[in-house]
Design a protein around this ligand. Structure first.
Ligand SMILES: [Fe+2]
Length: 395
């Protein structure tokens, strides 16, 4: 989209998406197959014979990836690496009981809901209660009965497959929401850009002015240490600072000679008109743009317009854009003047620090001047504009 090409990537609400677990059925597998088949089952028992017997029973039920662990510590590591779907865990193991292992696994973010089946003897009610409290999903009794095992394991498999299907659906929805949000942000950026360019055409500027002021403003905001979200909002809102000029008559806006007092008042009304156009939006970018349009001609010492605000009473976005806008006006050519050298323009702004401009914003411009020069070089006007009023930083 045009706005993306012109502005770069617009703000995108970043949505957390759970990382996909390791592939269950090999590269390029059908997602439906990954849910249906190849669940990964861990059999944890220090007795290798029991491991073999349980594995054999599981293998007869369906196609599973079975891993056996004689050490509960090795098993814990496999669970931590998100490699297991179902755990069949013996209680009596050296070094760590099955209950302790279940408690340990449950504490892992990736394993909060995994089906974990404890293998105990019939008469260990206290063990079963403790295992339930630790997070066991179900029990198998020793010696394991094949019929009971088949029924219980089928339930466990159903639970796990439903969990996986639900998670995959949630991940797909999150991706769709992220894509839709990105589209909306791109649309917002493009509408802003085109609206700003429409106003800019009125006084003979090119679209490059809009882009430069936006990029300068973002760089200044970054150097001020503003949050990324604010820097991006300033970038999007800054181009609308002169949107009110759309309502100023050509005869005044494009007048080459000195302005009368009445004409100056009309020109100055572009601040209040711009604010009125943008005011009342619930969108943070548009609300910020309204502040900037209203106050970008206020001065730090209180001698600006339209309200004569001073210091921190001037919204920060407007103080930033005041510096960016004047720097751009000075460094670009007009029919009546050549472009100032960037360092001359910088010197002008430094001289105005604390009077016209917020000292912190001027300091930020100085600190980021290498980046400012790059922006200027990257967005040169294709040719000098053919019409426009004489430069006056008050306009
Ligand atoms: Fe303006």
């Amino acid at each position: 989209m045009l706005a993306k090409r012109m502005f770069g990537d617009p703000k995108v609400a970043s949505l957390p998406v759970r990382p996909a677990p390791p592939d269950r059925a090999g590269d390029g597998a059908d997602p439906a197959q990954t849910v249906k088949d190849k669940l990964r089952v861990a059999v944890v028992d220090d007795n290798q014979t029991n491991c073999v017997l349980l594995s054999h029973m599981i293998r007869r039920l369906d196609a599973f990836q079975i891993e056996t662990f004689n050490s509960p510590f090795d098993a814990a590591e496999a669970f931590r690496n998100n490699k297991i779907d179902i755990g069949i865990i013996d209680h009596q193991m050296p070094g760590m009981t099955g209950t302790e292992l279940i408690r340990h696994i449950r504490a892992m973010d990736c394993c909060a809901d995994l089906p974990l089946v404890m293998v105990t003897t019939f008469d260990q009610d206290d063990v079963r209660l403790e295992a339930l409290q630790a997070g066991a999903t179900d029990f198998l009794s020793k010696p394991v009965n094949a019929v009971e095992f088949r029924a219980r394991f089928a339930n466990i498999v159903t639970i796990r497959r439903a969990q996986i299907a639900l998670q995959e659906r949630a991940d797909r929805l999150a991706l769709e929401v992220e894509a839709a949000t990105r589209d909306l942000c791109e649309l917002e950026a493009e509408v802003i850009f085109r609206l700003s360019r429409a106003a800019e055409q009125r006084d003979g500027n090119t679209g490059q002015h809009t882009l430069r002021v936006a990029a300068y403003a973002r760089e200044i905001a970054r150097r001020l240490g503003c949050p990324n979200s604010f820097c991006q909002d300033v970038f999007l809102a800054a181009p609308m600072h002169d949107i009110g000029k759309i309502a100023i008559p050509d005869a005044i806006l494009q007048k080459r000679g000195p302005l009368t007092e009445a004409e100056r008042l009309v020109i100055e009304s572009h601040t209040t008109i711009g604010s009125a156009i943008l005011d009342g939006s619930s969108r943070p970018v548009i609300a910020l743009a309204a502040e900037i349009a209203a106050a970008h001609h206020e001065r730090w010492d209180g001698t600006g317009y339209p309200q004569g605000l001073a210091g921190a009473d001037i919204p920060l976005g407007a103080r930033i854009v005041a510096v960016a806008d004047v720097f751009d006006a000075l460094t670009t050519p007009r029919p009546y003047k050549a472009a100032w050298a960037p360092y001359d323009a910088l010197e002008y702004l430094v001289r105005g620090s604390g009077q016209h401009f917020d000292p912190a914003c001027v300091d930020a411009l100085v600190a980021g001047f290498a980046a400012i020069l790059t922006i200027l070089a990257d967005h040169v006007d294709p040719c000098p504009p053919e019409a426009g009023a004489a430069f006056d930083p008050a306009i």
